[in-house]
Design a protein around this ligand. Structure first.
Ligand code: PEP
Ligand code: MG
Length: 747
């Protein structure tokens, strides 16, 4: 880059900074800036377009176009050349704008006389703020150097916009992060919450985009990149990395050591940017380029580069994750993604969680579910939009987030929360009563749990026991395998807290989506149907044995209930059961007390087990239907794939017929049967299951009240007749018939 342009660019940035430092309103500043840029670039026109809403740009200041078009001329994202720059985040440079594809002539601006056009985005790491344009009469393409210079200027404008320097009365100049935003994501965990944003990783604020002394800034960036490289190497040398973590860190290392990255940032600095602004400029540019790439793998790398740039910014600014800000009351955690251990650390003090990424089966979702915190996933742009302390409403039922809501929206939302609270109050009055239907049938309602912290819900909800205690969490949140003594102590505390109520401990269900950080991950094309749960337990019995020993020791002579996940055939259950017997024998021979009674059950999560030999049903002490998995295999619909996971109704007659067969097989041998998938907690589904003959249902504690209330209101024999009639009548799902019938039932 020629020295002359460099220093001119620096001069321009300095003048820009001085202009911004003067007093005056936002409009005044913008006007002076357009004048300054046109003058410095030698163009007749310079215009600044800012977003008035996420879809519309507004001409906010111009040198050269007709002044009366300011705040009048607007275009949609993608419309015309300006709209194209905004949409793609990439520059448009043309000698003959009217000939350019997508050109749209705005007569009120008088721009028809200008032939050349150069537009660059005003953007700040994922946040599109506007477009900066220069135009001139003579037909000429702008040089690489000029594009670059204008991009550097646009970067400074972006930082200034973010800092509120251009705030004014016009719509396009309203302060950022002040408008209400509604984001539609997905449901990770049901429930509703109102609170204040708490960013897991607060945004880095850059207050000095322009720097006078490039040499100092270059020293700063080199030193920071050096520190970054060391920190990535340190991370990589950690022992407990799985394959995915390693791959991400390798990508980090590649970027951190990329000469091109550092060189580009140094060039930005030569142009007059501060080290921080240079990092952000390259981060924005890389984002814009990568967003054009359809390849999912490359887009993933975009995140890696983003993470790395954020780390670099934190090193440069000294702004750590801990900014010293106090967590607001009723915090709602907002993050791009979060690990289970970190989420667990926040614990129940969170009112809600909103993730930009995440998935239904992610570990964070499992923890959120265990903590019963409403969770919205796939909330696009939330980390860009939200600021610490913003008011936020989380609707986990609909998967919707309202950020800085209008008062009317907030009021309606509060009504919804109040109605739910009132309903819970009503349910509380049923706590001590059985789920006895009008026909006299009693259904046993139990709760699902996975944390020690869940146990108080046992009394609070009126559950008769824990029908499913998922033991994965204690394994997932650590970075090394838990010790037997640790587990035994935890299980003992769970049993103590259950005060003699039955707790069905489900042995470790890892594999599939639940990969332990310290176990070698398997590269499987279909992990849900792969080496998981009991399959791992039987092939590598060390961990399962240790877990069984911990359970036996925890019982200290009390009755113990163990169930094995994902049993697919008789022999698997026989082997697993024999392992329990073996461990009991061993404990006894060591002189340790053994449980007074041991119940050993199997989870029915694959269709095959429903057709197992009779011996299986005779041998097992109970069967618990893992409906989440069973349904995904029955309908061939991945439970974690948003596109298909809700596609098939649980009350589809095929599934109900299948459940009836399982119920009948268990009845033949007198084997107790329950259902512990999420559907058990949905009142209408629970009613259908009970009507078909299921006598045990295990669900989230919060669902016990609604399910019990409904079961007590109805006659199951009548419900059964309605289901049978709908089936015989050729319905695909019995839901409409059941709902019609329910609507006619007295409250
Ligand atoms: C199920 O599959 O229904 C179940 C209860 O187990 P998990 O959700 O832990 O796979
Ligand atoms: Mg399961």
């Amino acid at each position: 880059m020629p020295e002359r342009t460099e220093s001119e660019s620096r001069k321009l940035l300095r003048r820009l900074r001085d202009t911004l430092a003067t007093t005056g309103g936002g409009q005044d500043r913008l006007d002076r800036i357009t004048h300054l840029i046109a003058d410095s670039m030698g163009t007749e026109v310079c215009s600044i377009y800012l977003f008035r809403d996420p879809e519309t740009l507004e001409l906010c200041a111009t040198e050269g176009l007709r002044p009366e078009s300011v705040h009048q001329t607007r275009m949609k994202l993608g419309e015309g050349l300006v709209g194209r720059v905004a949409r793609t985040g990439l520059p448009v440079n043309t000698a003959n704008a009217p000939q350019e594809k997508g050109f749209r002539y705005m007569p009120e601006t008088g721009e028809e006389i200008y032939s050349s056009f150069l537009g660059v985005p005003i953007q700040r790491v994922g946040e599109k703020l506007g477009v900066l344009v220069v135009q001139s009469r003579t037909a000429r393409e702008f040089s690489e150097d000029e594009i670059y210079a204008l991009e550097v200027v646009a970067m400074v404008l972006a930082e200034m916009t973010e800092l509120g320097v251009f705030n004014g009365d016009a719509d396009g100049m309203r302060a950022l992060h002040k408008q209400p935003v509604m984001i539609r994501g997905g449901t990770g965990q049901e429930g509703a919450a109102e609170g204040r944003v708490w960013l897991h990783e607060p945004r880095v604020v850059v207050t000095n985009p322009v720097a006078d002394d490039p040499l100092t800034e270059i020293d700063r960036i080199r030193e920071a990149v050096g520190k970054l490289r060391v920190s990535v190497d340190d991370l990589l040398s950690a022992e407990s990395l799985d394959k995915d973590q390693k791959a991400v860190l390798e990508a980090y290392r590649m970027f951190a050591n990329s000469r091109g990255w550092l060189r580009r940032m140094e060039e930005d600095i030569q142009r007059g940017l501060s080290a921080e602004a240079a990092v952000e400029k390259e981060q924005s540019a890389a984002r814009a380029r990568l967003e054009q790439v359809p390849d999912a793998y490359l887009r993933e790398r975009l995140h890696d580069l983003d993470d790395l740039s954020n780390r670099l910014l934190r090193i440069l600014t000294g702004q750590g994750s801990d900014t010293g800000a106090a967590m607001p009351e009723n915090p709602v955690l907002v993050a791009r993604n979060i690990g289970p251990a970190e989420l667990l650390e926040y614990g129940r003090k969170l009112k809600g969680v909103v993730l930009e990424e995440g998935s239904v089966g992610s570990h964070a979702a499992i923890v959120a579910r265990a903590l019963a915190i409403p969770l919205v996933i796939h909330a696009d742009r939330i980390t860009t939009e939200a600021l610490n302390g913003d008011q936020i409403l989380v609707d986990g039922d609909q998967g919707i987030v309202h950020l800085r809501p209008e008062e009317t929206v907030a009021r309606a939302f509060r009504d919804k929360i109040a109605m739910q609270a009132a309903a819970q109050q009503r349910y509380a009055s049923l706590r001590g009563l059985p789920a006895q239907s009008k026909c006299g049938t009693v259904t046993t309602l139990m709760m699902n749990a996975g944390l020690m912290a869940d146990l108080p819900s046992l009394d609070g909800s009126g559950a008769e026991g824990v029908g499913l205690f998922r033991t994965e969490l204690q394994f997932l949140v650590r970075n090394k395998m838990p010790q037997r003594a640790e587990l035994a102590a935890l299980y003992a505390r769970v049993m103590d807290a259950a005060h003699g109520k039955r707790v069905a401990f489900r042995t470790l269900d890892i594999g599939s989506d639940k990969v332990l950080p310290y176990m070698k991950p398997q590269d499987e094309p279909n992990p849900a149907m792969g080496w998981r749960a009991i399959r791992v337990g039987l092939d590598k019995p060390g961990v399962l044995r240790m877990q069984l020993q911990a359970l036996i020791r925890a019982a200290k002579g009390r009755p113990l209930t163990v169930m094995f996940p994902f049993i697919t055939e008789l022999s698997e259950f026989q082997t697993a059961r024999a392992m329990v017997m073996g461990e009991l024998h061993r404990e006894k021979s060591l002189g340790h007390p053994v449980p007074a009674r041991v119940e050993i059950g199997a989870m029915l999560e694959t269709p095959s087990l429903a057709y197992a030999p009779r011996t299986f049903f005779e041998l097992t002490d109970f069967v618990s239907i893992g409906g989440n998995d069973l349904k995904q295999f029955f309908f061939a619909a991945d439970r974690e794939n948003e596109r298909v996971r809700r596609r098939y109704d649980t009350l589809n007659v095929s599934f109900l017929r299948f459940l009836s067969q399982i119920i009948a097989r268990c009845a033949e041998t007198g084997t107790p049967l329950s259902f512990c998938g999420e559907d058990a907690g949905r009142p209408v589904e629970a009613l259908a299951f009970a009507a078909l003959g299921l006598r045990g249902l295990s669900m989230r504690p919060a669902s016990i009240g609604p399910v019990k209330a409904l079961l007590r209101r109805v006659d199951l024999t009548e419900a059964r007749a309605v289901i049978d009639a709908a089936m015989e009548g050729g319905a695909e799902t019995v839901r409409p018939a059941l709902m019609d019938w329910l609507a006619a039932q007295p409250e």
